[in-house]
Design a protein. Structure first.
Ligand SMILES: [Ca+2]
Ligand SMILES: [Ca+2]
Length: 294
């Protein structure tokens, strides 16, 4: 069946259980992951990395791993980093961020840094002295500084890799409402947060003020933006992905529904594709948008 044909789209809708929108085609769906939480694309070669938390999201059980998928989706290295007997490198990896050859991984109370070429662990940023409970998503700013959400403790940390991984509390407090997804707004340069309970989209300005862009949502997880500045946000609890115009400030529409626990989604702005890990379905899916005006 030719991708893009009406029959192909109908078959996606039936097999995936979600409504296929005419402007989108399924690029690929891959299964047999182990509780995939986050998916990122490498802008260098279009390959993908997926974090597999494997087992309890809070337990230091040594069995988590990172998968690598080729740009076409044809080649999967299931345990690219971690997950091999005895190596105990990762426990419950969640948020991922890529900067050059460095792959940052949030793993419960530490951030682990790997070289994507050698697959070797190059640094561990230990946040346990800050009493972190559940590190979740990672975001990088233009200076190469890293931000991470601590979902259970309502805090966001800032880490400076160029200053020996100096760690500071960037923002804390109950308004952060179990912060999960994180990104740097490419226009305002502000940090944006998707909160889990209650579900809100927040933007933190350079003076530390928190602005509520959207509220009344449920169990938000990951977010990213496309070439036109539309924000995509997943609801883990509702099995939906929302599209919000003008980086979260414009109208909200339900972009996909009927998904199983979509987690830390990403947008590949080069290929114009939305990347969706589904934690409890143990799948990752890429959706290609072939009409960039939509
Ligand atoms: Ca695990
Ligand atoms: Ca997440």
């Amino acid at each position: 069946m030719r991708p893009g044909s009406a029959r192909f789209l109908a078959s996606i809708g039936m097999t995936m259980g979600w409504m296929a929108v005419p402007c989108m085609v399924l690029a690929f769906t891959l299964s047999k992951f182990d509780s995939p939480e986050s998916m990122v694309v490498d802008p260098e070669d279009g390959s993908y990395y997926v974090s597999n938390l494997a087992g309890s999201p809070t337990e230091k059980d040594s069995n988590g791993y990172i998968s690598k998928i080729s740009s076409s989706g044809n080649i999967v290295i299931q345990k690219f980093i971690g997950g091999k007997k005895g190596d105990a490198i990762l426990h419950s990896p969640k948020g991922l961020a890529l900067s050059g050859n460095e792959l940052f991984v949030a793993d419960i109370d530490t951030i682990k840094v790997f070289n994507k070429k050698s697959q070797k662990l190059t640094a561990i940023v230990d946040l346990s002295k800050h009493h972190v409970k559940f590190l979740n998503d990672l975001a990088l700013d233009a200076e190469g500084d890293l931000y991470v959400t601590d979902m259970f403790a309502n805090r966001i940390f800032k880490i400076k890799p160029k200053k020996a991984y100096e760690v500071t509390v960037y923002k804390g407090g109950p308004l952060l409402s179990r912060p999960n997804g994180l990104l740097v707004n490419p226009r305002s340069k502000n940090l944006m947060v998707a909160t889990f309970d209650p579900g809100m989209i927040l933007e933190i300005d350079s003076f530390g003020g928190i602005h509520i862009l959207k509220k009344g949502l449920k169990g938000l997880d990951g977010m990213d933006y496309d070439r036109e500045g539309n924000l995509y946000v997943s609801s883990f609890e509702m099995g939906e992905i929302y599209k919000i115009e003008r980086m979260g400030r414009g109208p909200l529409t339900t972009f996909l529904k009927g998904l199983t626990t979509p987690t830390d989604i990403a947008y590949d702005r080069k290929k114009n594709e939305l990347l969706i890990p589904s934690m409890k379905a143990n799948t990752v899916t890429t959706i290609s948008r072939n009409d960039s005006k939509l």
